[in-house]
Ligand binder design. Structure first.
Ligand SMILES: C[S@@+](CC[C@H](N)C(=O)[O-])C[C@H]1O[C@@H](n2cnc3c(N)ncnc32)[C@H](O)[C@@H]1O
Length: 244
């Protein structure tokens, strides 16, 4: 099995001491953590941590530095200390990109409230942009009678998520590759309702003032995914437009 021990290639710079957090750490961890750079979106998503497996202290540091909460990156119904202890690991990019538990739960409830109006209660939930699979985890929690299929094109993200799902005993069919190419090969019995949850990488689509532009995500959602779905599932009860 691949070794996912976190290894840092970032050069630490001092000056960002987080006194409260540091004081809560055992003394031997304090010195090491005092030298950590600020763990924000820039470092984890676009910087040298993007494709690195994070240590527990880095995950907690990201929560603290970015949201004032060391438990911020709660996924699979667990705070970081707990899921890390179960062997779950995340890349820097996925720690930022994942839907965290509080939002995942709300999305799951929202989807379930709309799904109740669908004729079939046997549903297939498709996530074309799997990442950590935490969004799908929560949707499936709220749609008990459903199966989940997810696609992940990044081999490193796929490898970790695949391994994490196995650790959790979570039944999700996770496929490595581009959803656009692979989804075409799927067909489902006519009596199944299809739910798709779409969360592509935002890239430069998020503007502080204008908000999120779905024509500028990577890939653009308004043009690409809607068209693919309509072509692939013409006869299915497709649930597409639900938002929080
Ligand atoms: C914003 S993240 C999804 C986060 C996810 N909802 C979660 O809870 O972790 C988007 C993911 O989609 C993957 N991705 C991007 N383009 C893709 C494509 N064409 N097919 C499959 N996966 C893709 C990226 O590698 C990234 O891991």
């Amino acid at each position: 099995m691949q070794d996912y021990t976190p290894q840092s290639s970032c050069s630490p710079f001092t000056g960002f001491l987080r006194r409260g957090y540091l004081q809560s750490l055992p003394s031997d961890e304090r010195q090491r953590n005092a030298k950590l750079p600020v763990h924000d979106r820039a470092l984890l998503l676009h910087g040298c941590k993007r494709n690195e497996v994070l240590s527990l202290s880095e995950i907690e540091q990201y929560g603290l530095d970015s949201f004032g909460n060391a438990d911020c990156v709660s996924i699979n119904g667990m705070p970081p200390r707990e899921w890390y202890g179960c062997g779950i690991r995340l890349l820097g990019r996925t720690a930022v990109e994942c839907t965290r538990d509080a939002l995942g739960d709300r999305i799951g409830r929202d989807v379930a409230s709309v799904a109740r109006r669908m004729p079939s209660d046997r549903l297939v939930v498709i996530d074309p942009f799997a990442g950590s699979c935490n969004t799908l985890f929560w949707i499936l929690r709220h749609l008990r009678n459903s199966e989940g299929i997810a696609f992940e094109s990044d081999p490193q993200v796929f490898g970790l998520t695949h391994r994490n799902l196995a650790m959790l005993g979570q039944r999700i069919e996770l496929i490595n590759g581009d959803y656009e190419r692979l989804l075409e090969g799927y067909s489902f019995p006519q009596d199944r309702g299809v739910v798709t949850f779409v969360a592509p990488p935002w890239g430069t689509a998020l503007d502080d003032v204008q908000g999120l532009d779905l024509n500028r995500t990577t890939p653009p959602i308004n043009r690409g995914y809607r068209a693919s779905c309509a072509a692939i599932f013409p006869a299915q009860d497709a649930l597409r437009d639900t938002s929080l």
